[in-house]
Design a protein around this ligand. Structure first.
Ligand SMILES: *Cc1c(COP(=O)(O)O)cnc(C)c1O
Length: 343
């Protein structure tokens, strides 16, 4: 069935972003494919990164691990949220490694598979998930593959980065494991001190630019195109859209396109998003509706019903314009897109 809205996903850009992050880190890079690969498609993203050489994948929950399916024998699938009380069975049956985040989760793993390899999260200041440093004695006897911690402020120049690095070094000295891992996408940009044995990028794989050090190196992965439903003239003095927030100061040409907040093009783009048709930048007129957006197209005389228009979805610039985070811009994308992976 034809869909008038499509998301084109660039495998080459995804693989290239992963390679740049791994090179920058100087150690193996895994890939966070949680939240359905940041909204773009976890299976396709994982297959692409697997072919590029990635050997460690991170999901949030066992449900996501099961949806992703098997990745191959020499590949690690790691469940960041560990084992909830209702996930004992899933954890016992899965070949994925849990990240043990609390004393209760450690006890669950000891019940399920005390000798099988697991990962551990140790909190160094984020206070979200992870054992406190004074709790790590509970890990005695476990076969720990990787000890993780997570940076709270890596996308900013915060003194907290250095403090967490120092604390994590102390943890690493105390807690024997095969591997240690601290850095997400932004953490990789902070420098080699943050690399340890494995890095865990997510956002930057999918085209997000977490810090200025990554500018010019990260390629856009997701492109949005939408088809024009109707072209019309809004006469001087007339309004357009809900709330009549746009009033034409002169006769204004508008292209009404198949895109709206139900697709993740949120109302925050009203009167500020900018879309492209070929070389033209077309402003959003008035409010974004659930299924439609009006674009001013005075400068595009030939644009007509049925033509495709590219939406500006360059994550750093669109984030700055909309006030939404680059993470939100990816993960809000809805289910009405035709998703096309291209090489
Ligand atoms: C999501 C996540 C990542 C990836 O973070 P990005 O900022 O998207 O690179 C890394 N580590 C943990 C623990 C995460 O939850």
């Amino acid at each position: 069935m034809h869909r008038p809205l499509r998301l084109t996903l660039d495998r080459g850009a995804l693989a290239q972003n992963w390679r740049w992050l791994q090179e920058r880190a100087g150690v193996p890079a895994g890939a966070a494919v949680k939240a359905n690969g940041y909204g773009l498609g976890a299976r396709e993203a994982a297959a692409t990164l697997l072919a590029a050489g990635c050997r460690t994948f991170f999901v949030s929950t066992y449900a996501e691990a099961i949806e992703l399916g098997p990745l191959g024998e020499d590949v690690s699938l790691v469940v960041l949220h560990g084992i909830g009380a209702d996930e004992m069975e899933a954890a016992a049956q899965s070949t994925a490694r849990p990240v043990l985040n609390s004393v209760a989760q450690v006890h669950r793993w000891k019940e399920i598979a005390p000798t099988r390899a697991c990962d551990v999260m140790v909190d160094t200041g984020m206070n979200r998930l992870g054992l406190r440093t004074e709790e790590i004695a509970v890990l005695d006897g476990l076969a720990i593959d990787t000890v993780h911690s997570h940076l709270a402020c890596a996308d900013e120049d915060s003194p907290m980065n250095g403090q967490q690095l120092q604390r994590f070094r102390e943890v690493a000295a105390e807690l024997p494991a095969k591997c240690y891992s601290l850095a997400n996408s932004a953490g990789i940009c902070l420098g080699l001190d943050y690399s340890f044995g494995l890095v865990r990028p997510g956002l930057a794989l999918y085209g997000g630019v977490p810090r200025r050090e990554a500018e010019g190196h990260i390629r856009q992965v997701a492109r949005i195109e939408t088809q024009i439903v109707q072209r019309r003239t809004i006469r001087v003095g007339e309004s357009c859209g809900y709330g009549a927030t746009f009033v034409a100061g002169r006769d204004t040409e508008a292209a009404i396109v198949n895109l709206g907040y139900a697709d993740g093009y949120l109302r925050g783009f009203s009167a500020r998003g900018s879309d492209f048709a070929g070389e033209f930048a077309l402003p959003v007129l008035g409010r974004v509706s659930m299924d439609l957006v009006a674009l001013g197209c005075d400068i595009a005389a030939d644009l007509k019903e049925g033509d495709w228009v590219e939406i500006n979805y360059d994550l750093p610039t669109v984030s700055a314009a909309s006030g939404l985070s680059q993470y939100e811009l990816l993960t809000v994308l809805g289910s009405r897109f035709e998703r096309r992976w291209v090489d």
